[in-house]
Ligand binder design. Structure first.
Ligand SMILES: [Zn+2]
Length: 301
């Protein structure tokens, strides 16, 4: 079975938070049967003023080192995912890394970036974050970058984006947007989670949602386990998005983890929990990875 995950902060942790121990290792990914792990280049928590491009380049250099020394393998197309091999897809978290420049979008596409979250929690040249409750839309320069992203088939990731920006992308973007690491707001009201209307819109537009494993996005008291991850996936499926959902763990970016899911090696236990919840093998394979690859097929891969 092909298993995909659409968000981890492992490169940031390794490159810029020395002393922390990553849970996303080649060994853990192999033990979990991971086929395609998306690793993000994170802009950092301070936004435009704090050298996001330089941070991204340090994280990229870290990936090159992992390729050289530890057998990591970055792919140009998500469709290179295969069972029994671990491959890496590169993404961006925080559009300030592009510094408002279309050329930078091309530069990172050439480096293999196939997905970009327009914002993290800070406003940038493209758009406004969900955090802070801004009602502003995508900026004119943001649309220029988005147009180039669509031309290059770089997915527009709405995780962290404010709601107005989300709806503008649903209505106007040339390609279906996605949410790489967000949960269902109906089960856990939080600005980082998606409302039922947003989930339905993502499905009808042909987008995609990766359920985040962060306990504070899964439950009100910040304690969560695999059962809660399955609750969010199940809720999204009930809304008609069973073909548009999967995993967006956020491993190595979350300081608390689900009690029974501490790294990629535990992902098969989520698949077993889905089976126990009544999901058949086809539905489990969809959620594990096929839905995500189908999303990229809709982008033209
Ligand atoms: Zn994030």
């Amino acid at each position: 079975m092909i298993i995909c995950d659409t968000h981890c902060d492992t490169l940031y942790l390794r490159a810029l938070q020395p002393g922390e121990t990553p849970c996303v290792t080649m060994d853990a990914m192999k033990r979990g049967g991971m086929s395609l792990q998306t690793c993000t280049l994170f802009a950092g928590s301070k936004g435009m003023s704090d050298h996001p491009y330089e941070k991204a380049m340090a994280e990229y250099a870290c990936l090159e080192q992992l390729e050289k020394c530890e057998g990591w393998q970055k792919v140009d197309s998500p469709l290179e995912a295969e069972e029994g091999r671990v491959k890496i897809l590169l993404s961006i978290e925080g559009g300030e890394i592009f510094e408002g420049s279309v050329e930078r979008v091309r530069e990172f596409h050439a480096r293999g970036v196939r997905m970009a979250a327009l914002t993290w929690n800070n406003e940038n040249e493209i758009a406004h974050p969900a955090k802070g409750g801004s009602r502003e839309g995508i900026k004119p320069q943001g649309w220029k970058l988005l147009h180039e992203m669509a031309r290059l088939r770089m997915a527009a990731d709405t995780s962290h984006l404010n709601e107005r920006g989300f709806w503008e992308l649903i209505d106007r973007h040339e390609q279906p947007p996605m949410a790489s690491h967000s949960c269902a707001a109906k089960l856990r009201p939080h600005f980082r989670n998606l409302t039922d209307d947003q989930i339905r819109a993502m499905a009808s537009r042909g987008g995609w949602i990766g359920v985040n494993f962060y306990p504070w996005f899964l439950s009100d008291n910040g304690r969560a386990g695999i059962a809660d991850i399955v609750n969010h996936i199940d809720h999204i499926c009930q809304l008609g998005a069973a073909k548009y959902v999967g995993f967006g763990s956020d491993f190595d970016g979350i300081e608390v983890k689900p009690v029974d899911c501490s790294g990629p090696a535990d992902v098969p236990a989520i698949l077993d929990a889905l089976r126990a919840r009544g999901y058949g093998e086809e539905a489990v394979a969809d959620i594990a990875g096929r839905n995500f690859l189908d999303y990229y097929r809709r982008l033209g891969y």
